[in-house]
Design a protein around this ligand. Sequence first.
Ligand SMILES: Nc1ncnc2c1ncn2[C@@H]1O[C@H](COP(=O)(O)OP(=O)(O)O)[C@@H](O)[C@H]1O
Ligand SMILES: [Mg+2]
Length: 489
Amino acid sequence: MTEAPAPITLPLQPGQVLDGFVLEERLHQGGMANLWKVRRETPLPDAAGQDLPLIMKVPRIKGGEDPASIVGFEVEQMILPALKGPHVPRYVARGDWRRQAYIVMEHIEGDSLRPLLDRAPLPLVEVVEIGIQVAHALTDLHLQHLVHLDIKPSNILRRADGSVVLVDFGLSRHDFLPDLLEEEFSLPIGTGPYMSPEQVQFVRNDPRSDLFALGVMLYHLATGERPFGQPASVRQLRRRLYVEPIPPRAIRPELPPWFQEVVLHCLEVRAERRYQSATQLALDLQRPDAVTLTARAHRLQRSGLVRRFKRWFLALGAEPEAPASVGAQVSRSPVIMAAVDVQSASAGLLEALRDVVQRLLLTEPGARLACVGVMKTARIGMDELTDAQGRSHHVQQLIALKNWAHPMTHGLALEDGRLTFHVLEAPDAADALIEFAARTGVEHVVIGARDGSALRRYLGSVSTQVVTQCACTVTVVREPPLPMPPAAM
Ligand SMILES: Nc1ncnc2c1ncn2[C@@H]1O[C@H](COP(=O)(O)OP(=O)(O)O)[C@@H](O)[C@H]1O
Ligand SMILES: [Mg+2]
């Protein structure tokens, strides 16, 4: 049981059986993931979701892929089991990278909203109905302490009764689970046309970001145009901090003022000027007569250059205020970080590290363990991202980290979020580890040190740098000396 199971044959084929699930048909081939219709090989009477049609989401990581999408899959594997209710697919099972990463979940019959974009502009009643349904779904998820952060038509499925189900939690943020994306990356993450201004500025825990994205979608469905275009760079993304969209009624004058009021209310740059909850937005969409019309309803052009310049100037200095998350109020368990150089540490050192970490975990039963490895990259993007077999280096390191931790953690039944794995891509290992520890609020670092050669002492080592620069407790584990044969003593 402690051995990593053998990897399976790739590419996956119809008829193949993976962990008891028969792959029937590939339903979707996306940039990031394939979706297979699956069924259980032998029906399990008491298993979760045994009466549901099932789908398996399998990441497409060929190497060279954006590491955020690899981490995103880990995020989705962690978050989906924590969600419930009619607006998410029911979670059934998941598989590890060490064999084949996947998520099995309920198959939602019904199309996503993506095809609607080709038909936009749509009749107003249809747009409003969609807005109401998505707002209901968001209300439910926000109450479950989740911000989706990637609301867009392809991530919204519609059931026959018109109600919607949200999918694709790879960029989401759950208040009670660690935010692997924030811990590992310092780039704005999201889908360009839909990202809220605060998301562009790295805030990842504001439910009002989802209302902004929904506003973008309603604008597009009602006018046929995207309010902020298709930005291709961070600089273009930042334009939404100071350039307002063209008012919808300037594109389609037949749209009623109340609808423009609602959409522009969602698209306010500052979250505190938007609807404060999805319920409020749903209410306005349901009762147009009761919508309070403000200057937003009557605007027929973008604001003039002077106002835009003012907004641009303000945006320069303004950092959005991140809301205190519910999670922040819950006492956080201490984070222990194991810095593991799976690539070049000796077997003896790796084992010694594991021993120390295991002892710490026993003395701190509530702690979270973050296992961190660094993948060295050059400063300029000239690195080989795949090995000779075309496998992603990032995924290989992730697997190596998981294999390292396995003997220590497989008996511990740590619940989701208590054990996380991180491959940092950085030119300097010590800097990356120190930054990660600070960003994640690590309280105790365990790191290995190889025995000191003269050269290493001269140049300084990663562990020395971590000891001197980390604000928290650092335990340095040294390679155990080789046992001496008795005769030599
Ligand atoms: N549980 C599901 N049931 C039915 N269709 C789904 C389900 N999950 C995803 N899909 C479909 O597959 C597409 C891709 O899935 P998604 O999770 O969004 O992956 P990606 O990360 O590639 O965007 C979605 O746009 C949707 O059409
Ligand atoms: Mg998607």
